[in-house]
Design a protein around this ligand. Structure first.
Ligand code: HEM
Length: 484
């Protein structure tokens, strides 16, 4: 049943271009992150205005870049089992690049600094940045959003045409067709990611239209709680989906290393459909402190947070165990990066679920615990899956250099996130350009020390990522030798 498109070489080119763009932007965003940690560690001076502009660019840039990379990974999987459109993917790439460059201008030149989810009405209230940078940020996010919609809707079309709706979501596992062969696991996860990504992006687009409206007509007023809900539905959903896109690639490619199929059983089907059903409501956990939000929604947020994360994590961990156990696998870079990436995802996920528990969130809310958990599942989770994928895509032969990069990235990455976790345990507040004005000398001393060590960890991670990038260049194979 698996078909794939008729031009694997051209498919590969579009994904290579997406990946080079994503990895390059990612490295720029890491550098901005290190600058922030150096400022918080009192190692270098950055004005608050510049700090918050860097923070906004870093947050939006990371979320946008990694979600874009995730979409390209899902497209790669879809192109092995269906016929998605390359043209749609090139259009989406152009919009992603244009949006990314415009965002760099809005934040680094225009100093737009409202934070990554641009909490309404912050961008319009006594802003320290010029109006054009607010407008440019809104338009650049809309451009990226249109690109994501083009790519994701086309992926869904292609999967539905090739497999049919019931098979692509593995609903056929429960009916009369259960005896027949299931669609590959990568198709199921790709379909889940595409639907959730489309719904999140549509809600984001509607919210951004309201922002744009207010930018043109400043006297307009919208309901801040409604916009907080919709911006979190957008932002939280796309960052979670990015992670799942990476997991989909592991399901797709790991069997190539272990020689065992990764089967879509009934349990796997239920788990990923649960993720699709609940991921859209998990974002309520960001609003626990909003007393105007109905309490029922807080409770739904806690239930949805557990229900979207736990089943998918459990089947993936058991599935990976089944793949690895006595498989005789040779631990080359790709399976090592995939396995360690899943580990980072699980660790970050556990600490996220902890924070989504209402009783715990009362204490951890807006402390460094929050960036700690999502940096864990991204930096030492998704990014390792991404790097494993790119290594595989380019057919890199520089195993030793890539593995050295991996060790340095892990050392730096875990040191970096550990400092955020320690900050969280000490109740260090997040989003402080400098800790010096906090009236508790003991807390200031700890927060500053954690930040300086965090900068060391971040710099080590960057060094490892550069070693990895060098391995891609030195290990490139001539095109004809490569696997599709
Ligand atoms: C070594 C790499 C990285 C470094 C050094 C770094 C550093 C930082 C720092 C210092 C902050 C501000 C923390 C605070 O005080 O609230 C931050 C926030 C943030 N980071 Fe990173 N980060 C890195 C990687 C990542 C990755 C991989 C992602 C992927 C999603 C990411 C997404 C974000 C987001 C969304 C924020 C919140 C921005 C906001 O509050 O508006 N970062 N990062």
């Amino acid at each position: 049943m698996s078909t794939g498109t008729s031009h694997p070489g051209r498919d590969r080119r579009v994904i290579v271009v997406w990946m080079v763009t994503s990895v390059a932007l990612f490295l720029v965003m890491v550098t901005l992150g290190i600058l922030m940690r150096l400022a918080q560690g009192d190692v270098m001076a950055i004005t608050p205005q510049t700090f918050y502009a860097l923070m906004t660019m870093h947050g939006l840039g990371m979320a946008g870049t990694l979600f874009s990379a995730g979409i390209a990974m899902v497209w790669y999987v879809a192109a092995r089992h269906a016929r998605p459109s390359r043209l749609a993917m090139w259009i989406a790439w152009a919009l992603f690049l244009a949006g990314g460059l415009a965002l760099l201008a809005a934040t680094l030149i225009g100093k737009f600094a409202a934070g990554w989810y641009t909490l309404y009405p912050l961008p319009f209230l006594k802003a320290t940045w010029p109006g054009w940078s607010t407008g440019l940020t809104i338009v650049s996010l809309m451009a990226m959003g249109v690109g994501w919609l083009v790519a994701l809707l086309d992926i869904l079309r292609a999967l539905a045409v090739e497999h049919g709706i019931a098979r692509m979501f593995a609903w056929d596992r429960f009916g009369a067709g259960a005896g027949r062969e299931a669609a590959p696991a990568g198709v199921l996860i790709g379909a889940v990611c595409a639907v959730a990504g489309v719904l999140g992006t549509i809600v984001g687009a509607a919210s951004l239209m309201m922002y744009l409206f207010q930018w043109f007509a400043p006297a307009t007023q919208f309901d801040p709680l409604l916009l907080k809900n919709s911006m979190f539905m957008f932002g939280h959903t796309i960052v979670n989906v990015a992670m799942y896109c990476g997991i989909g690639v592991v399901y797709e490619l790991m069997p190539g290393f272990t020689g065992r199929p990764w089967k879509v059983t009934k349990t796997v089907a239920v788990a990923w459909n649960a993720t699709l059903a609940f991921i859209l409501f998990a974002y309520f956990h960001h609003l626990y402190m909003d007393f105007a939000q109905p309490v029922t929604l807080h409770v739904i947020g806690q239930i949805a947070s557990y229900s979207s994360a736990v089943p998918a994590t459990a089947v993936t961990v058991f599935g990976l165990g089944g793949q690895l156990h006595r498989s005789g696998l040779r631990w080359s870079f790709v399976p090592a990066a995939f396995t360690l990436g899943i580990l980072g995802w699980v660790l970050g996920g556990i600490t996220a679920v902890v924070d989504s528990t209402i009783a715990v969130n009362l204490v951890f809310h807006n402390t460094l615990w929050v960036p700690a958990h999502f940096h864990t599942y991204f930096l030492v989770g998704f990014v390792l899956l991404l790097f494993g994928f790119v290594h595989h895509l380019l057919g890199s032969r520089a195993e030793r250099l890539a593995k050295s990069g991996l060790v340095v990235m892990l050392t730096g990455g875990y040191l970096f996130v550990l400092m955020f976790f320690l900050g969280g345990l000490w109740s260090v507040p997040r989003r402080f350009a400098s800790y010096q004005a906090i009236p508790y000398p003991d807390l200031v001393a700890h927060a500053t020390r954690f930040a300086a060590w965090g900068a060391v960890g971040g710099s080590l991670f960057l060094l490892g990522a550069l070693l990895y990038a060098a391995s891609l260049v030195t290990g490139r194979q001539p095109a004809p030798d490569r696997e599709g």
